[in-house]
Design a protein around this ligand. Structure first.
Ligand SMILES: *Cc1c(COP(=O)(O)O)cnc(C)c1O
Length: 420
């Protein structure tokens, strides 16, 4: 056997988390072999338990109808509450700082209603250039909604010439430069394209020193890196649950509001009945009495079926020892991947993701020189599921819950064949 593959198999045998792979459905090729699935940054795989969790809800609905709101095994009325502790653990928050609700872009907007309050002398939003398009559309539309001009109000952090990622000093310089006129800093904590993880703590500290609100989109961070949101001190954060969280397409998003805002009922917000005081919600009175904490931003009664998938997924994260345990494996996996890529770098490919562990999660973005898509097409023909991002990047995201070291070695073997 090829020595790299043998080495990888030996690493899998020593890996205490290896058995979690069996808890997921891996897409299978025509040959019967599973694909090498490195696309958890786009859609995580289905936990085998998810179907049972969903069927339980269907059964409760079948047997009880409306009574299931209070009588189901997990009653629907407080269903989102069974997710709270696990979500808090996942992102390093206190339970009353998190809630599962809506979808990601919706939550970004709801949060900006409360935390982007532009005034004449303080109206800018700082984001990273090359942020995920939905985030950019969201901030730009908020700026316009408040009657400001995005050309003046949107400040984009850009890498230096001929560099692919941002330097922390440059981010902080920009914040200091625009700080007094900036209302909100909102960044991905891991950039979806380059895989770069930002120094949330420093960005938040310097942002707050300048009187700005600071927020992070954890779409590529939740379930991938250790976020420590409470200690970081960000004002709000939101994330989707269908990428590293494996909760299925369109899964219910997560949202964080720091506890310093939890009792502040002077904050403007868009309200709905699920954000109203639980004890008298069903008195159906006309006067809105807001719940403390992140729950106070809920609008609608929660979608139980997608939340059942999220519960299935969060139970697996917990069984695997939580995000810190998974992150340790993830670090080892990417070190292994990078060591195998090292001899290939320089000719037709380069790695644009920062190499330092605290500057990235599990995603390694490989730039193909001259945007030669043929390499990617050969990889997919050979059994890889990953993605190609225009103009020239292949994103490879080994997920510690279901990817193996052998997947990584097989991928690198495929890459060698595709390149030469
Ligand atoms: C995946 C992703 C989204 C997707 O937004 P939805 O509202 O879930 O469709 C938004 N922002 C970032 C940074 C993402 O990575």
């Amino acid at each position: 056997m090829n020595t790299i593959i043998a080495e990888a198999i030996a690493l899998d045998e020593k890996d205490e988390l290896a058995s979690f792979r069996e808890q997921f459905h891996l897409p299978v090729q025509k040959s019967g072999e599973p694909y090498i699935y490195f696309c958890g940054n786009s859609l995580g795989l289905q936990p085998k338990t998810a179907r049972r969790y969903v069927e339980e809800v269907m059964k409760d609905w079948e047997l009880m109808g409306v009574e299931a709101h209070t009588e189901a095994r997990n009653p629907w009325m407080p269903y989102h509450e069974i997710l709270t502790d696990q979500l808090a653990d996942l992102v390093g928050a206190k339970p009353h700082e998190v809630v599962a609700m809506n979808s990601l872009t919706v939550n970004l907007h709801l949060m900006m209603v409360s935390f982007y309050r532009p005034e004449k002398d303080r109206f800018k939003i700082i984001i990273e250039k090359g942020a995920f398009p939905s985030d950019r559309y969201a901030v730009e539309s908020q700026i316009k909604f408040h009657g400001y001009d995005p050309d003046k109000a949107l400040i984009e952090l850009e890498p230096r010439e001929s560099e692919s990622t941002l330097r922390t000093v440059d981010i902080l310089d920009t914040i200091n430069q625009h700080g007094s006129s900036t209302a909100l800093i909102m960044m991905g904590n891991v950039n979806y394209y380059t895989g770069q993880a930002f120094n949330m703590k420093e960005i938040t500290r310097v942002g707050h020193n300048n009187g700005c609100k600071v927020a992070f989109d954890l779409a590529h961070g939740a379930g991938n890196i250790v976020c420590d949101l409470h200690d970081v001190g960000a004002d709000f954060a939101a994330w989707c649950s269908y990428k590293y969280l494996n909760a299925g397409p369109g899964a219910t998003s997560g949202c964080f509001v720091h506890e310093r805002h939890s009792e502040d009922d002077s904050l403007p917000r868009f309200a709905g009945w699920w954000g109203h005081d639980k004890s008298d919600r069903f008195k159906m009175g006309p006067e809105f009495k807001v719940l403390p904490g992140a729950e106070g931003w809920q609008l609608s009664n929660p979608p139980i079926l997608p939340m059942a998938c999220l519960k299935a997924s969060l139970d697996i994260f917990e069984a695997a020892g939580g995000i810190k345990s998974l992150r340790r494996k993830s670090e080892n996996m990417t070190q292994f991947l990078l060591s195998l890529l090292q001899p290939l770098v320089g000719g037709r490919i380069e790695v644009i993701t920062p190499l330092e562990l605290d500057e990235r999660g599990c995603q390694i973005s490989i730039r193909v020189k001259s945007g030669d898509r043929k390499i990617y097409e050969k990889l997919t023909a050979g059994g890889l599921i990953a993605d190609w991002r225009e103009p020239d990047v292949i994103r490879i995201a080994p997920a510690p819950l279901y990817n193996s070291y052998e997947d990584i070695a097989r991928f690198v073997e495929l890459l060698k064949l595709a390149m030469f």
